[in-house]
Ligand binder design. Structure first.
Ligand SMILES: [Zn+2]
Length: 389
């Protein structure tokens, strides 16, 4: 009996094709497959497969060629050809290189520190600025507004079917991208370029649509915004006075290989070797959101993304299962960016204890409570294993 219980606790059924187990609406069926492997058209609030047709791809590629031609034609007539949103991560840094050194353009690089920019991302920006001649704006005076939002996310956000990490990135993105767009509007710059990689197509493919920018990128007074936050968002008045620039994601149509991007930013001396790792350059608020997910759902929701890669290339499965197994535990224990997450909690006026207490109450009310607690038992087990049916 005892032995049986131990076995139950350290073994969890995992999809036989990918790396997903049961959380946030994902279930393993009798055939041993997750919802997405059983039916690729499955739509869960957490995730659905976004398919880009060849036609979408061709149209976007052609558009980017036209945009480049237009920027080159007008080069020199105005101070800047475009605005680049520059996070200091490998992708936006390599995009900066592409615009300046390959296309010969003069972008205005705009970085934003919501108060959660990692030291490595900051170092990367400083180091690259020594190598690339470009004007740079750092916006770091919006931190109160960001912190109000993060406080709401950490203490009041609750969902049994959505990931805190991706929801946080989405809402934060409205403000972040809006600030970059406003910099372009101030100077009548017609294009905003963002360095999202080709696997980041869940929210947008190639272009952020105008209707969404106008209708959804505003403050949320019912949730986290107060009146003084409004000035940082794109106001209806701004839109009357100025044209909205187009917001483009060129990596969705350009050749892209992650290892080549890393090699380029390291070889060119834009970042120290090893500092192109997204785990090092992601913001600390995301580390905190992952800690939340591990305790709230007993899983890391971002696994749906590598799961998609594993479906396309089964040879990656073993590596990703191992990553999920170890990384989930590290995050659950609070050992992923521990000090920075503590600091972040302090800035938004809370503590790890309060966060955990709030999560406990949310789990208690969750209809999937039993499953969540089982996942957590598994995460805590030293000899934990995945099992395929
Ligand atoms: Zn699966």
């Amino acid at each position: 009996m005892l032995e049986h219980e131990t076995i139950q606790k350290n073994v969890i059924p995992v999809c036989k094709n990918c790396i997903l187990y049961s959380f946030a609406g994902i279930e393993i069926n009798k055939e041993g497959e997750c919802n997405f492997c059983a039916d690729s058209t499955t739509k869960l609030p957490l995730w659905e497969k976004v398919a880009i047709t060849q036609q979408d791809q061709e149209r976007a590629t052609k558009d980017w060629q036209n945009v480049v031609a237009e920027m080159k034609k007008n080069h020199g007539k105005q101070q800047y050809d475009c605005v680049l949103g520059w996070s200091g991560g490998k992708d936006s840094t390599s995009m900066l290189h592409y615009l300046v050194n390959e296309l010969g353009l003069n972008p205005l690089a705009v970085s934003i520190d919501p108060g959660t920019m990692s030291d490595i991302a900051r170092d990367n920006v400083a180091m690259a600025l020594k190598k690339i001649k470009v004007d740079h704006v750092l916006i770091d005076n919006v931190q109160d507004t960001f912190m109000r939002f993060f406080r709401w996310m950490v203490l009041d956000f609750d969902s049994n079917e959505l990931g805190a990490g991706s929801e946080q990135c989405r809402y934060c993105g409205y403000l972040l991208h809006g600030l970059i767009v406003k910099e372009a509007m101030k100077r009548d710059i017609p294009y905003v370029i963002l360095g999202y990689s080709p696997d980041q197509i869940h929210f947008y493919f190639y272009e952020m649509p105008r209707e969404e920018i106008v209708n959804e990128w505003g403050p949320d007074f019912g949730k986290f915004s107060i009146e003084e936050d409004a000035k940082w968002y794109i106001a209806p008045m701004d839109l009357k006075a100025k044209d909205l620039p187009r917001v483009l994601l060129p990596y969705h149509v350009l050749p892209y290989k992650e290892d080549k991007v890393i090699k380029l930013v390291e070889d060119e001396g834009y970042v120290e070797k090893g500092n192109a790792d997204p785990l090092k350059t992601n913001c600390y608020a995301l580390s905190a959101a992952l800690f939340y997910e591990a305790h709230r759902l007993g899983a890391l929701c971002y696994a749906v993304q590598p799961a998609e890669l594993v479906r396309q290339d089964p040879t990656l499965r073993k590596k990703w299962l191992l990553t999920i197994k170890h990384f989930t535990r590290t995050v659950y224990n609070g050992d992923f960016n521990r000090e920075k997450v503590e600091e972040f909690y302090k800035i938004i006026g809370t503590s790890r204890e309060e966060v955990l207490e709030r999560i406990r109450k949310k789990v208690d009310k969750d209809p999937n409570k039993e499953n969540i607690l089982r996942n957590i038992e598994w995460i805590k087990s030293d000899r934990r294993k995945f099992k395929t049916i």
